[in-house]
Design a protein around this ligand. Structure first.
Ligand SMILES: NC(=O)c1ccc[n+]([C@@H]2O[C@H](COP(=O)([O-])OP(=O)(O)OC[C@H]3O[C@@H](n4cnc5c(N)ncnc54)[C@H](OP(=O)(O)O)[C@@H]3O)[C@@H](O)[C@H]2O)c1
Length: 250
């Protein structure tokens, strides 16, 4: 029996990348996992199949985030499959690499809608489903605290806002024994970073040089930390910002 046996988890953006890594890990730990996806139904089905192949249980729910009514639509889908929730991982997110001189309002609004507004309203509309003693884990970014990188400004601002949300929400949900934390990855090898890592020959080496450990992270490195926070061992950790950058901020 896994340490999360009997628990239900929802991981947004679990069709690919870090979210998939988290979903698979929570599934291996015994949780029943809601694998949320946006556009890639096939990839979400593959995540579900991988969890089931490892002996776990999972189901896929597809809802586009960053559009009006997204959170209500997500919970309506979730309710068709499950009755209550123990672990919510707000992972779905998008990047933005245009500096202030170039970014237009549409891109700014979109990155805030997906990265900040969606998690906020997912919690607002889902809090009653979250059982006492549960977990909310928001996937932030080392870019919220690293030295300024102007081309990532709008994206970093979304993660800064998400971090304030984690901190303040921990006070709101604490009376119910629900912990809320931000987990901040450094550069992780996913579709999101493919251009950065593989768009030029020295991309991966340059990315690795950011980290004290001299490497590029994998989704499993983030998933292991999320799994700890989701477990009984994480019960007294709340309102915190967990650095999973391999020492990229040192
Ligand atoms: N990779 C990194 O180096 C890194 C570093 C720090 C923080 N992060 C954060 O970690 C999280 C995951 O990043 P990743 O690298 O794993 O990204 P990814 O490989 O691009 O995957 C993104 C996931 O989010 C979903 N998603 C994106 N926009 C969506 C939308 N509008 N509606 C619904 N679902 C949506 C995608 O679903 P579909 O494909 O089904 O549409 C996909 O499952 C993000 O919050 C990101 O900011 C990543």
């Amino acid at each position: 029996m896994g340490v999360l046996a009997g628990r239900t988890a929802l991981v947004t953006g679990a069709s690919r990348g870090i979210g998939r890594g988290i979903a698979e890990r929570l599934g291996r730990d015994g949780a029943r996992v809601a694998v949320h996806y946006g556009r890639n139904e096939q990839a979400a089905k593959e995540t579900v199949a991988a969890i089931e192949a490892a002996g776990g249980t999972a189901f896929a729910i597809g809802v586009e985030l960053g559009v009006p009514g997204d959170a209500q639509a997500l919970w309506a889908e979730f309710d068709r499959h499950a009755d209550g929730l123990d672990i919510l991982v707000n992972n779905a997110g998008i990047g933005s690499t245009r500096p202030i001189e170039e970014i237009e309002e549409q891109e700014y609004d979109r990155v805030f809608a997906v990265n900040v507004k969606a998690p906020f309203f997912i919690v607002k509309h889902g809090a009653e489903r979250l059982r006492d003693g549960g977990r909310v884990i928001n996937i932030s970014s080392g870019l919220a605290r690293t030295a300024a990188m102007p081309q990532n400004m709008a994206y970093a601002m979304t993660k800064g806002a998400l971090d304030v949300f984690s901190r303040d929400l921990s006070k709101v949900l604490g009376s119910r024994g629900i912990t809320v934390n931000s987990v901040a990855p450094g550069i992780i090898d996913t579709d999101n970073t493919a251009e950065l890592l593989y768009g030029r020959p020295d991309g991966r080496a340059a990315a690795a040089a950011f980290s004290a450990l001299g490497g590029v992270g994998e989704p499993a490195e983030v998933a292991d930390v999320v799994a700890f926070l989701a477990s009984e061992g994480g019960r007294w950790v709340t309102g915190s910002w967990v650095d999973v950058t391999g020492g990229s901020l040192t």
